[in-house]
Design a protein around this ligand. Sequence first.
Ligand code: LRH
Ligand code: MN
Length: 427
Amino acid sequence: MILDKSLIQQYNEQLAATQQKKFNFLKATLQDEGHDVTALLEQLAAFQIAIPSWALGTGGTRFGRFSGGGEPRSLEEKMEDVGLLHALNQSSGAISLHIPWDIPQNATAIKQLAASFELQFDAVNSNTFQDQNDQNYSYKFGSLSHTDKQVRDQAIAHNVEVIKHGIDLGSKALTIWLSDGTDFPGQQNFRRSFQRTLDSFQQIYDALPEDWKVFIEYKPYEPHFYSTVVADWGTSLLFCQKLGEKALGLVDLGHHLPNTNIEQIVSRFLMEGKLGGFHFNDSKYGDDDLTVGAMQPFQLFLIFNELVEGMASQEVQNPALSWMIDASHNVKDPLEDLLQSIEAIKIALAQALIVDRKKLENAQEQNDTTTAQEILQHAFRTDVRPLLAQARLESGAAIDPLAFYRQNKIRQELINQRGVKTYSTGL
Ligand code: LRH
Ligand code: MN
């Protein structure tokens, strides 16, 4: 569905007066605190988040999947939906493809379609956690870590093929989430598994173009329930350091055991210049892939606080980061969920940008814990939403994308165009 941008303008005119009042109040407050509001608006407008091609349909679990209707039936329709999100918030200017779920049949045509929606291609994702029909060897007992060289070679060849698709589309990074692991003690030897995996990663690394990156995504469990080869940030960092400068860690927020201090992990990766990017989502128990900021918004703020602090310091030499969402929508409209997730990410970024860093550093150096806490809480408790709305208004997006989406019954329009019983590739 191609959105007529004049509709957004008309919609914004209805909200302009209220927005102006709210923004002027926040602007005055932030200026009194010494912040450069114009610079903040520029930083927020420039911050683009990649949408996962596998999360534009309804997700499910092994216990069931309840389609919501009007789901994209092809890569082209997925591009349309990301284009729609981007028109609404001017913050979703990229898509991250998953191969083979979204193989571009005609890369040139897909690139032109992306350009027509002002979309870039972020990292491409390989998939050796499922067997494809035309596959010679099964990944039941692993892929890049498999004991059988023929299986490893098949998985390596798949990753090299994914790089080729990425090159055709103008992507500059490959994300490898390796599901390889075991379900029972004794099933595999940890050291030999690691060594085989390193050898496989090395061959994929050697196939990377000069200006590419490979993101090593870690996850403690699922689909395996005793051990996972790339289970934690330490293992991901170890592989990245052994492979070379093109290899960076990818932090999926849902891939941490309960109560893990993720913001400290982020600061460690940054310190080593080995942070590649994020898969944003939220969770209460496991890899729940829920709406970003829905469960732990303070943790998200603390993660951005580390990012803003780290990226601003001379000591940290970390490449530009890939900001991607990785979520699954079991009960909500995927596009509404993604609009909420993008808003939550940008709220956390804006709050981190208004932390008084000088005062915080002084309080930390003086071990004035209470003041340090108050400085962070003040930023976290500041309602920055008028700032995000202003950034959208100034970039031609909707002041309130979700309200616009609802008011214009866009899901119903998609159902009218695509039907109720439509299926979108992905999880
Ligand atoms: C694994 C993961 C990975 C993707 C998959 C869709 O849990 O986070 O990033 O390949 O979800
Ligand atoms: Mn992920």
